[in-house]
Design a protein around this ligand. Sequence first.
Ligand SMILES: [Zn+2]
Ligand SMILES: [Zn+2]
Length: 238
Amino acid sequence: MSNLWSRLLKALYPSSPYCPACGRVLFGEKYSICSKCAPYVFADAPAYCKICGCALRGGEVCATCYKNVYSYERGVCMLIYNRYSRPIIHSMKYDNNTDLARRFGALLSIDILRKTDILHKVDVIVPVPLAPLRYQQRGYNQAQCIAEGLAESISKPVEIHALQKTRETADQIGLSKLEREKNLRGSFAVVSDVLKDKNVLLIDDVLTTGSTIQACAKALLDAGCHKVYFAVIASSMH
Ligand SMILES: [Zn+2]
Ligand SMILES: [Zn+2]
C-alpha cells in the first residue's frame, strides 16, 4: 500500500475490505477489486502467445517460445503483470492473503475456459511447490491456494505432495534465462507415482521467463506424466 491516504483509511477501518490493487478501503463494493482498478486489472491484451499464453502486443507466438522448445503443451496467463496487478500478486504472496489467492484461482478457471480447452483435458491440478524452508517461513504456498480455488470451481482434484521442490534455489530476480535454468536444474522431484499417465495442470502465481514451469514440467514428464499444461495469474507483456 503506497499512499498515505490509503494507509490512514486502512488504519481507521482495519476490518473493512480493501482493494488489493490500489489499497482503497471498499465501502459496500461487491467485488474485491475496486471499480476504478478492475478495468485495468482485467484488461485484455491485444493478443496472447499460442504456446505460453503470455500477453502480446501483437502476433501469435512470443519471442521466447519462438526460440525454445518446452516440455509443456501450452499455458494460460490471466492478467498482464503491471502496476495494477503487481500489488495483487504481492498481497497473495507476502500478506498472508490466502483468500485473495483462492478467489483469483476461481477466476483463473473462467479465463482458461475462455481461452482454451485445457480444462477438458486435465486430470489433476498441481501447484508449483515451495522449498520446505520457504514454506515454513511463509506458512502457506500461494500457488497451492490458487490451485485450490481453481479446483473447487471445476471439481478436479489437487495433488500437493507428488511434486516437491527438493532444495532452496537462489532468488531468480536479476538472473538471465540461462542462469535461471542453471539455478533450477534438478531442484524439482516427483516423489510418488500418483501422477503417472495423468494430464497435469501446473499452477503458479507469475510467469517470468518460464524457467520454473519448464523445470516442473520436465520433472513431471520424466516421472511418467502424460501431458503437462500450466496456468498462472499474471505474466509480463512481451
Ligand atoms: Zn482499486
Ligand atoms: Zn510464449
